[in-house]
Design a protein around this ligand. Structure first.
Ligand code: ZN
Length: 121
């Protein structure tokens, strides 16, 4: 029977809130980078814009599929790690950490030492 160990800010080994496996967790600090696009707003591509992106012949089919899957996940409200352009910042987000499960690679968001995402069922 699978053991249960409550997710904890003070442990690297607990039951993952995503896959519910008892597994190793890697901890990450978080840094902030101010959004500097022309609108000054978080970037989201959805609806007709996303459909145009998914059909854009400028990109090879595998790139279109990858971009489509990425924005579908973001638009569903998923939170995940992704490689983006390198960022250089010294703005540290104090009191916010991420833990990432070695079993499923899903991340959890911790604020003030408390798990806030995903919510435990
Ligand atoms: Zn997991």
């Amino acid at each position: 029977m699978q053991q249960h160990k409550e997710p904890s800010f003070t442990s690297t080994h607990f039951t993952c809130p995503s896959c519910e496996q008892l597994s190793e967790q890697a901890w990450f600090s978080t840094y902030a980078d101010q959004i500097r696009n022309p609108a000054g707003l978080p970037l989201r591509i959805a609806g007709a814009d996303l459909e145009r992106l998914k059909a854009n012949p400028q990109f090879p089919p595998e790139v279109r599929q990858q971009k489509g899957e990425y924005w579908d996940k973001v638009n569903r409200g998923e939170v995940f790690l992704d490689r983006w352009v390198p960022v250089h910042t010294n703005v540290f987000v104090a009191g916010m950490e991420l833990s990432v499960c070695h079993a499923c690679m899903q991340l959890a968001v911790w604020l003030g030492g408390k798990l806030v995402h995903p919510r435990l069922s």
